[in-house]
Design a protein around this ligand. Structure first.
Ligand SMILES: Nc1ncnc2c1ncn2[C@@H]1O[C@H](COP(=O)(O)OP(=O)(O)O)[C@@H](O)[C@H]1O
Ligand SMILES: [Mg+2]
Length: 244
């Protein structure tokens, strides 16, 4: 667990005068679930953009992944090197079935042949416990939870080492959040490192081995989740009257 798979070193992204991400540094250990918290607008999604290069890398600073500096790589090269992400806004292909969606993800850009994509789609559907009877209906008819399963399965099609999820619990009911909790634990147990941005703190605290809290583009606190949530600056950022 001590081996660092991903390292963000003094990374910044400024939009004109707005410091969306400002001098952020942290490491991610191979095999851990690292939670990322922070009020709305604190730079969490922008941080994912910088790491994956979608749609932009950092203004300054470095991103290192599996020993290589990736912050000047094009996004497709970063993705192929083993980093996969989901986006905050759900975006399924409404007319494609879950199976077709995964085949598109797998064969995109010649990544996998059709047979390999089909067998990989079986694996990822099983990993996210997608109901086999629902694989062949248009995605627009899937439930909110099934769309989340499909979103995660799609990200897994590239066979990543690190899975990055941006607020996957949004729109889910309490029992669905518990299912997602178990799903994230089993995805992690299958060997993936997970970076999880989540505003549902109960989920974040339940699954994360470590927590990084951002505020106004900077790291406010990081460490053991139980300690971080006791940190007075963190309590102030969440409860101290700043806009949530
Ligand atoms: N492409 C962009 N252009 C200009 N400002 C942006 C852009 N993306 C994000 N921002 C701004 O950067 C800040 C951080 O946004 P974001 O990373 O989405 O926060 P979070 O995900 O923590 O809610 C916000 O003030 C947001 O308006
Ligand atoms: Mg966000």
């Amino acid at each position: 667990m001590s081996d660092t798979i991903l390292e963000v070193v003094n990374a910044s992204k400024h939009f004109g005068g707005l410091k969306a991400v400002d001098g952020v540094s942290f490491g991610v250990s191979r095999g851990e679930i690292l939670g990322i918290a922070g009020p709305n607008g604190s730079g969490k999604s922008t941080l994912f953009n910088l790491i994956t290069g979608v749609p932009f890398g950092p203004t300054s600073g470095e991103i290192r992944f599996q020993g290589q500096r990736i912050d000047r790589w094009p996004a497709h090269r970063i993705a192929r090197s083993g980093l996969a992400r989901t986006f905050q806004k759900d975006a399924e292909f409404p007319d494609l079935t879950a199976r077709e969606t995964l085949l598109v993800c797998g064969t995109y850009n010649g990544q996998l042949g059709r047979a390999a994509a089909r067998s990989r789609s079986d694996e990822v559907l099983a990993l996210v416990e997608f109901d086999g009877k629902r694989c062949d209906i248009p995605s627009r008819n899937l439930s909110v939870y099934e769309k989340k399963q499909l979103m995660i399965a799609s990200a897994l099609m590239s066979g990543p080492a690190v899975l990055m999820l941006d607020e996957p619990a949004s729109g889910l009911t309490r029992p669905e959040i518990e299912r997602l909790d178990a799903l994230l634990v089993s995805v992690n147990a299958s060997g993936l490192t997970v970076l999880l941005i989540e505003h549902v703190l109960s989920l974040l605290l339940s699954v994360s081995q470590r927590l990084v809290v951002l505020n106004q583009g900077s790291v406010l606190a990081q460490g053991n989740p139980a300690d971080v949530v006791q940190n007075e600056d963190v309590i102030e950022a969440y409860l101290g009257g700043r806009k949530q």
